[in-house]
Design a protein around this ligand. Structure first.
Ligand code: K7E
Ligand code: RUQ
Ligand code: CUA
Ligand code: CA
Length: 640
């Protein structure tokens, strides 16, 4: 554990543990708002009493039994297709939210309710069973997270999933038409026109891989391929519009005033082979004037492609030469940039150079000037382009004017001051903009700081997603975990605090104060149209071959001790968990029928199956619920 130098502010204030204990006593929900500032900073308990140096931040990550974390982290799960919930600073994984891929624990992809969210083929089977999640972002209000929703992308099948943060469940998935390699996402932070709407109503989605439009002709001629940038309605999850662009999209950022969205572009060459994709010295950061695009859609200035009814506006260079009417603007950025991030002061977007050792700082007020015809050319909005190190990818912020950028090739995080970089770029070469560097293990992709992408960036913790862990954990064969590292950024010098193994393969994540969420721990019976509200309503109803089995669970029993079916019956089994005690989840498994799912307190779930195997099948509870959990079973008797 490296915990040498400590920052003075961490050594002051209330003892963390004492504080947490009183917060726990006060009752969690109520106690949180008051205490998070202090507990987030983390101070060693009785530093003075022990006479030891205050190893504050490093102590804060080792929570005592029963202590709670002060931050939530939402991590994408890469090609596991899920979203993980971490507690920070401990780094403990608390939950996984299945989204795109089946999950055997909860029965995601097995129950009718989850299949409806995931999408099915006409025969009722899942349309897709693989996905690749990269970017998780949450809904905003007044420049901070409001705890309503989070969204995550699926790069493989171009889908956007929404997560309800009251229940930590995926409630909607939208497939983007005519898009392949859907990569970056970002919610808007307020409406560009309606002053009253100071919260998220749109989610922007970058299409990375260009294809023919519509993609129905297998042509080798890449000059015909195009990419689309999409806007999805945050509430209805319908695609509002798309913009046809030159080059591709990668990551996405939005401005705090709601007026601008942008994507970095690494393939302005529109190459189909990597040599072509890296042939130009500069690529771009492409800006979208949201209000103008929506006005164009309203005015009917759009096309549609293939079966899709989604309006597509023309965002290409050719169609947007006049700044005063332009829907888009291309700012040049060196060599295959990756990552575009909005600074918490609302002033800048920063693109990292990837193949160039630089970061490019673009001033947003100048982009607005450009769209008014007041800036000669888009590149005049570049206020800094400074060298950081090799392989810069993603940037986070501490709210004190500093940026933190991952250097993939150097295996470092570099801390740099944005104002100093701007002065340096303006000609004052005596200014030192690099503040600090720290080695990370190894090859970092994303990083993010606590509250970094909000106006409430608090500069306490920085997590770094290292793509390779190599020697950092016990060897487990050829597949290594990734290494999520935690860094204390509260002082001048960054302090590496911890390594945490994670199952492949998180990319991006957000970290925010726990009081921004107030999750519910019990469902509402009425939210489920099929709910079996009274055990007396249990039973088997038959309509020819169609059979409905209704039952309830209350520890330690199902409401039906046995039920009879005939071979060949087409069965819908509906189960409501009438236990309303927090944490009292039941499961249900039917041997040989390949069925397993859980029902949380007051949740209803259903499955369809054909009773094609005669015999006696012990339907049993899979989720340990009671001293008589093992006895919690029911006989499904299928007559030949
Ligand atoms: Cu850099 Cu998909 Cu955000 Cu991965 S992308 S690291
Ligand atoms: S039984 S408590 Cu299999 Cu040992 Cu589970
Ligand atoms: Cu119910 Cu175990
Ligand atoms: Ca390029």
């Amino acid at each position: 554990m490296s915990n040498e130098a400590k920052t003075p502010e961490l050594a002051t204030g209330l003892g963390r543990r004492k504080f947490m204990n009183s917060a726990a006593l006060a009752g969690l929900a109520a106690g949180l708002a008051a205490c998070t500032d202090k507990s987030g900073g983390g101070t060693a308990a009785p530093a003075a009493a022990t006479g030891a140096t205050a190893h504050a931040a490093s102590d804060a990550i080792h929570l005592k039994p029963g202590e709670l974390d002060s931050y939530y982290g939402l991590w994408s799960g890469g090609h596991t297709g899920d979203v993980r919930v971490l507690g920070l600073p401990s780094g403990r994984e608390i939950h996984r939210i299945p989204c795109f891929n089946p999950d055997a624990l909860v029965g995601w992809g097995i129950t009718n309710e989850s299949k409806k969210v995931m999408g099915t083929k006409p025969d009722g089977s899942l349309r897709y069973t693989v996905a690749d999640t990269h970017h998780v972002h949450a809904s905003y209000k007044d420049g901070n997270y409001d705890g309503r929703y989070a969204w995550v992308n699926d790069k493989i099948n171009s889908r956007l999933a929404r997560i309800r943060l009251d229940y930590f469940i995926c409630d909607h998935i939208t497939e983007l038409p005519n898009v392949q390699g859907f990569h970056g996402i970002f919610p808007d932070k307020r409406d560009p026109v309606d002053e009253k709407i100071n919260h998220t109503t749109r989610v922007f989605c970058g299409g990375e891989f260009a294809t023919p439009l519509p993609n129905t002709v297998g042509t080798e001629d890449g000059s015909k391929y195009r990419s689309l940038f999409s806007c999805v309605d945050a509430e209805t999850m319908e695609v509002r519009w798309q913009a046809l662009i030159d080059g591709n999209c990668d990551l996405v950022a939005t401005s705090y005033d709601g007026k601008l969205a942008a994507t970095n572009q690494y393939n302005t060459e529109m190459g189909v082979h990597y040599e072509d994709m890296m042939s130009a010295e500069r690529d771009a950061c492409l800006f979208f004037n949201v209000a103008r695009i929506e006005a164009a859609v309203k005015a009917g200035k759009f096309k549609t492609y293939g079966d899709s009814k989604v309006p597509v506006v023309d965002g290409t260079h050719e169609a947007n030469k006049d700044p005063k009417t332009a829907l888009t603007a291309y700012v040049s950025v060196p060599k295959n940039p990756h990552g575009v991030n909005a600074s918490p002061d609302g002033k800048y977007f920063i693109c990292a150079g990837k193949l160039s050792p630089t970061a490019t700082v673009i001033e947003l007020s100048r982009m607005l000037d450009y769209f008014e015809g007041k800036l000669a050319k888009t590149d005049d909005a570049i206020v800094a382009e400074v060298e950081l190190g090799l392989g810069p990818l993603h940037t986070a912020f501490d709210g004190r004017g500093n940026a933190y950028t991952t250097l993939f090739l150097d295996s470092q995080v570099v801390k740099w001051n944005v104002d100093a970089a701007i002065k340096f770029h303006a000609g004052d070469k005596s200014v030192k903009y690099v503040v600090d560097r720290v080695d990370v293990q190894y090859q970092p992709g994303h990083l993010n700081a606590s509250q970094s992408e909000t106006k409430a960036a608090d500069g306490k913790y920085l997590a770094v997603g290292c793509k390779f862990s190599k020697d950092r954990f016990l060897p487990v064969g050829p597949l290594h975990p990734e290494n999520e590292q935690l860094i204390d950024i509260s002082g001048d010098k960054m302090q590496l605090l911890a390594d945490h193994p994670v199952r492949g393969e998180p990319h991006d994540f957000i970290i925010f104060k726990r009081e921004l969420l107030s999750p519910k721990q019990v469902y509402a019976l009425d939210d489920f149209p099929l709910a079996v509200k009274d055990p007396k309503d249990s039973g088997v109803t038959r309509n020819g071959k169609k059979v409905v089995v209704k039952l309830t669970s209350q520890a330690p029993a199902f409401s039906l001790r046995e039920f009879k079916l005939k071979k060949g019956d087409e069965v819908t089994l509906i189960l409501t968990n009438l236990d309303k005690v927090e944490d009292l989840t039941h499961g249900v498994a039917i041997p040989k029928y390949n069925i397993q799912f859980i029902v949380n307190p007051l949740e209803t779930a259903s499955v369809n199956f054909v009773a094609d195997k005669p015999g006696v099948f012990w339907m049993y509870c899979t989720n340990f619920c009671h001293a008589l959990h093992l006895e919690m079973r029911s006989r499904m008797i299928v007559e030949a």
